[in-house]
Design a protein around this ligand. Sequence first.
Ligand code: MN
Length: 129
Amino acid sequence: MGNSVLYIEDNPDNMMLVRRALESRGYKLLQALTGIEGVSKAENEEVDLILLDINLPDIDGYEVARRIRTSDKKHALTYVPIIAVTANALKGDAEKALSAGCDVYMSKPINIRELWARVEAFVPSPNSK
Ligand code: MN
């Protein structure tokens, strides 16, 4: 099993935070700044887990999740873990993310310890082997 995490996020501060946090635990981080780019990287790169922002500049995270789950380019995308990162947990984002095909969700602002725990629940940290 690999350790590549794809983070689909348009906010550079969050991207840098998550990059540092995950690389410090030995993961490889792939970045996508838009929903379309995220779907494309999921289909064309080796990806073991996806972190998915909901508010993106083109298609939203729900649509990204639906496209990944129904992709006909790569069968493994039916099962790849998707963690939604939601800004508006109280407005129903979380439930919508789950029904769009995400496995779990976490709320912004991103808590690093929660991030590590959520990611490690699916993909063990290379540093803990
Ligand atoms: Mn965003």
